[in-house]
Write a protein that binds this ligand. Structure first.
Ligand code: IZC
Ligand code: ZN
Length: 429
């Protein structure tokens, strides 16, 4: 309606730095990852859920001549960017695993803990036993924390059910949240996340069971993507290839936990299968990196995991950038290897340990992250026609966000044209 009456719902003025992220059509690689579409002394106008103006404030007056402005927001010279996009999270799970921190300090590795029935398998027991409503309430709490931290779009995986009923329960929770909450959510089926205790020694049978779920998931439209934990001692490259090929034939787009801990050829497999993303890649080989570049597969790097697993190794981001692999960054939010909702923290870790420049980091949490979810035409850039997802930061420059770490720099979050976070706090709570 407002289109006919030519009204602007929000006119955001006095922006010190506006990162529009306009520039090369993504996914951006190499030098393109330095593009920010930076405008100083800028303004943005929103109509309904969309952006209708983004430019220099001095260009605003002629534009406004045709419109009536309903509300004005003064950005007070602050930094404004697109809402952050987190393309790899394990949002829905029961319980937590704080007791593992002690084991880790005492020297146990992530895979040791899993072998002893802890790790993912511990979360599986809790996720199976929790009713749907309880899982949902907890997941919404995490989602709202992400929103307060500036994250307006995420991916969410299943993978803590590991039986038909519990995987469906998790996927349904993800989809209910998607329908009820403001945050855009892309759902991924990760039934092949670990081998449950009752299938020990019967890996092929378990993968068969999970692949039998493909048709019901498609029928109920519960997930667009399919993922597998391709890792030494979990699912091999051969098993992952067979499973993901079936998933592809069933109509899923592919993601892959690849070379997170051991270099076993996950990157090569992702490229071979034409996966949209290959995630982690800490151990990716030279050959794997080259093949990702050729295939145009997006590398989703999750340096919070190396940090939290106390690994000496981080993904070789500089080499990937040099070899023209497009990079996105993500929290990998999960109760084991990365219990944080904060992409801001990941931005700092990416700077310090992946040696990514601030410009590259901003591309990796906006434009390229949108591509990693197939949402590049809707989110990740501030320009006319895009969804109005914006963050007003309590900072003057984009370099400040990865620099000053461990705290929340969000002032306001605008999601689908509405202010949902103010002063770093969720409105309506
Ligand atoms: O719960 O530990 N790496 N999956 C693969 C995880 C970490 C999640 C977890
Ligand atoms: Zn993960």
């Amino acid at each position: 309606m407002s289109g006919e009456t030519r009204e602007i719902d929000i006119c955001l003025k006095n922006i010190g730095q506006l990162l529009t992220m306009q520039g090369s059509q993504g996914p951006r690689r190499g030098q393109e990852m330095l593009e920010l579409g930076l405008i100083e002394n800028a303004a943005v106008c929103l109509q309904g859920e969309k952006i209708i103006f983004a430019g220099k404030e001095e260009e605003l007056a002629p534009f406004l001549a045709d419109y009536q402005v309903k509300s004005q927001v003064d950005a007070q010279g602050k930094l404004v960017t697109p809402g952050l996009i987190d393309p790899h999270t394990h949002l829905v799970f029961g319980g937590s695993r704080e007791q593992e921190l002690r084991l880790k300090i005492q020297g146990a590795s992530y895979l040791d803990i899993l072998k002893q029935g802890g790790g993912i398998l511990r979360t599986v027991l809790q996720t199976r036993s929790w009713p749907k409503e309880k899982l949902k309430e907890k997941a919404v709490k995490h989602l709202n924390r992400m929103l307060c931290l500036g994250t307006t779009t995420i991916e969410a995986k299943s993978g803590y059910g590991l039986d038909v009923e519990s995987e469906l329960k998790q996927l349904r929770v993800i989809n209910e949240i998607k329908n009820e909450q403001q945050t855009d959510i892309v759902a991924t089926f990760l039934g092949a996340h670990a081998l449950p205790a009752e299938y020990q020694g019967r890996t092929e049978e378990f993968l068969e069971l999970m692949s039998e779920m493909f048709s019901i998931i498609k029928l109920e439209n519960l997930a667009d993507y399919c993922d597998i934990f391709c890792e030494e001692g979990i699912f091999s490259v051969e098993q992952s290839r067979a499973y993901l090929t079936k998933a592809k034939n069933a109509g899923f787009k592919l993601k892959l936990h690849a070379d997170e801990i051991h270099p076993i050829g996950g990157a090569e497999l992702a490229a071979e299968l034409g996966a949209l993303t290959a995630d982690h890649l800490v151990g990716a080989s030279d050959q794997g990196i080259e093949e990702l570049a050729k295939a145009g597969t997006i590398a989703v790097l999750l340096p919070g995991t190396s940090f939290y697993l106390r690994s000496k190794r981080f993904a070789r981001a500089r080499q990937m950038i040099q070899q023209q692999v497009p990079l996105a960054l993500s929290t990998d939010f999960n109760p084991g290897s990365s219990p944080t909702e904060s992409l801001q923290l990941i931005m700092t870790i990416a700077a310090l340990y992946l040696e990514m420049l601030p410009e590259e980091i901003w591309n990796a949490v906006t434009v390229n992250a949108a591509h990693a979810l197939g949402m590049e035409n809707k989110v990740g850039r501030i320009e006319s026609g895009m969804q109005a997802d914006l963050v007003i930061w309590d900072a003057q420059s984009y370099e400040y966000i990865p620099y000053h770490y461990g705290v929340n720099h969000v002032d306001k979050v605008i999601k689908k044209g509405k202010i949902v976070v103010d002063g770093g706090r969720l409105l309506g709570e």
